[in-house]
Structures are given as structure tokens and as C-alpha cells.
Design a protein around this ligand. Sequence first.
Ligand code: UD1
Ligand code: UDP
Length: 301
Amino acid sequence: MANLLLVAGTRPEAIKMAPVIEQLRRLQLDFTFVWNGQHYDYKMSKIFFEQLDLPEPDDNLDVKSGSHAQQTAESMVKLEKIIRQYMPSIVVSEGDTNSVAAAAMTSVKCLVPFAHVEAGLRSWNPAMPEEINRKIADSVASLHFAPTKPSMLNLLFEGVSRERLHLTGNTIVDVVRKHRDAARELGERIMSELNVEKEKYLLVTIHRAENTDDPSKLENILAALRKLAREFTVVFPVHPRTKERIAQTSLEHPLEGIIGLEPLGYQEFLGLLMNCLIVLTDSGGVQEEACTVKVPTVTLR
Ligand code: UD1
Ligand code: UDP
């Protein structure tokens, strides 16, 4: 019987759980890996299983897209069955997506303890769906793996007892360290394919609901990027949410002058990140990677 049940469901969770899985394998600990399927395109999910050597999921909940309530509820209903089937001694998730909130609530309601990787982050903005998800996860977790001292302090101030807290660092740093040499080489190849020069281009990622769901905000951001593209080379791998929202605008040439790309694989993206002049991003993970590889960042929040 598997002892640990790992639940992940989106691109950043696949990436940030990779070092946890690697360590579980090293320790020869038995675990079950459940993909909740919030992200499902090959380039948002399976590509990372392949590139980061994750196991094929034991189950895929196939939750896919929908409203917050739909994604969370469907995930809970399906996960409850899986938890009852495997009866793990603990459920582990990373981050602050709907997939994580659902895993946290379902496991504790099945009386299985929940462990939260990347615990204690706070934006102090209750309008952010991620802030609600991470607070739910932290409020029911029995074990908190905090990435930084401030995140640990947040939890202490919220009344989490010290013995449930572990200061671990952020697993993204392990991922970057493992892949940066290969990424550097791959980055050079991609730069030559795109005909862009080292430290002469801006890299952009945008996907937050706050930036994409309000058409006037999205149009403002795109206008700013097109303006930047008159002076700099701008490379923009487009998240599927953003692609869909851009298509809903009435703009005729929304990415005029910009090198728009499909979502990239991990080493491909890291390679472009390591070689860019500046990254402009609203991504949590990309900000953490950029400071790890010391690339100046403009945070679009
Ligand atoms: C989700 C997380 C966000 C995280 C991000 C990582 C929540 C509330 N949001 O946002 O915290 O930073 O993942 O990327 O959990 N889509 C596809 N194919 C896919 C996945 C999504 O086309 O494989 C499109 C669909 O149109 C979908 C939209 O993207 O409606 C949004 O997907 P969703 O998972 O709801 O939210 P994200 O914006 O990806
Ligand atoms: N990423 C990737 N390909 C891309 C864009 C991003 O592999 O085209 C990686 C990036 O290196 C980081 C993670 O995806 O590790 C961040 O995911 P995302 O921005 O979707 O979510 P967030 O971190 O904001 O939750």
C-alpha cells in the first residue's frame, strides 16, 4: 500500500514537485502520483513529466477547465474516491492552485493529514484566487514546508505551531540547479533559431487572471509590449489562458512586432530566461527562477 499520495495539477506544480519526487525515489519511499488534470494540453502537462522525469500518473482526475467552483468541486469528488482507494498516510501538494485547495480540503475531510509544500506565501490580496487557495491549504495542513523565513513567520503569526513547520527553501531552486547547464546550451540553440542575440531581448510571460480577464487591462499590456517591441526584441511564450483572451479582443494585430511562441518546455524556457536582458512576468515561478539565475525582473502585478 502506498504511503504518500502526491497530488499535482498544473504546469508549476509538475515542475516544483519534481525534486520532491526525485528525493522520494532516492529514499525508496512508496508513493502514488495523482494528476488532477487542471492543465491538460501536452505543452502544459505531459511535456514536463517527460522532461523532468516524473512518473506516469497513477490516476488522472481529468478536471480540465471551468470556473473555480467547478474545478475545485470536481477535483474533490474525484479525489475523495482515490483517497478512499489508496488510504494514504499523508497527502502532499505544492502551491496555491485550485488543484491544491481541493487536495487539502479533501484529504483532511477523509481524516488523512495534508502536507503543504511552499507554505506560508501571502500576497495580502484577498481578490487573488491563489491567496484563498494557499490560506485554505495552510489552515488545514499538518505539515508546512516553508520556502523562506518570511513565509515561516507568516505561519507562526497565524498560529501554526513551530513543530509543524519546516524551513526548506523553494524546490524551484533545485530544479534550476539541475537543469541550468543543459538549458544554457539549449537556450543558445533557440536564440539562433529565433535569430535573437544574448542579452538583447526581453522575455515576457503573462497569465494571471488580473492581467488577462479584463479586456481593457489586457489591451493596455499588449499595447505596452508592442511599444517596447519597437525598441527591443520581445519574446513572448503565450500561456493558453492568455492566448484565448487575446483572441477575444478586437485587436487586429495584437502581437505586432513581438515574437509570440507556444508554451515552451522547461529547459527551453529556462535557456531563454538565462540569456535575456530582462524578464517581464506576472508568474510566481518565473520570478523565483529569475532571481535564482540573477536576471533582472519587472513584475507585472
Ligand atoms: C492556474 C492557476 C494559477 C497558476 C497557473 C499556472 C488557479 C486558480 N489558477 O491558472 O494560480 O499560476 O495555473 O499556469 O488555480 N487552458 C488550456 N489548456 C490547458 C490549461 C488551460 O487551454 O492545458 C486554458 C483554458 O482556456 C482555461 C484557461 O487556460 O480556461 C485557464 O486555465 P486554469 O487552469 O483555469 O487557470 P490558469 O490561468 O492556468
Ligand atoms: N515555464 C515553462 N514554459 C513556458 C513558460 C513558463 O516551462 O513557456 C515554466 C517556468 O520556467 C516556471 C513555471 O513554468 O517554472 C511557471 O509556471 P506559470 O507561470 O504557469 O505559473 P506560476 O508560477 O505563476 O504559478
